[in-house]
Ligand binder design. Structure first.
Ligand code: FES
Length: 102
């Protein structure tokens, strides 16, 4: 599955500044999905822009984890990036990275 911004409707896309020049688009994996995003965008922002808001399971299955603060404080965006735990809001996306739930 390829998750492309132009194929998905998201609030984040609606909020982007029209006409702004962005870096080249790269692809990376999130689970089984291939995600396209501008290189250097934060991983959390790239996932949100593609409509992926559920980043992991909480202790209560009815309350999944999602990015909350977007500035490295809450730890709700914890994922594995190339096998290492990382806060998605602080990691810039780069080509070929492999991301899985923590
Ligand atoms: S969203 Fe809070 S630490 Fe990443």
């Amino acid at each position: 599955m390829i998750a492309r911004r132009d194929m998905l409707t998201s609030v984040a896309d609606d909020l982007r500044i029209a006409g702004m020049t962005r870096p080249a688009t790269i692809t990376f994996r999130f689970g089984d999905a291939v995600i396209e995003a501008p290189e250097g965008e934060s991983l959390a922002a790239a996932l949100i822009a593609c409509g992926i808001r559920r980043l992991g399971e909480g202790l209560d299955p009815a309350r999944p984890r999602a990015a909350l603060c977007m500035m490295g404080v809450c730890q709700q965006c914890l994922l594995r990036v190339d096998g290492r735990l990382a806060q998605a809001c602080l990691v810039p996306v780069r080509a070929g990275m492999v991301v899985t739930p923590a």
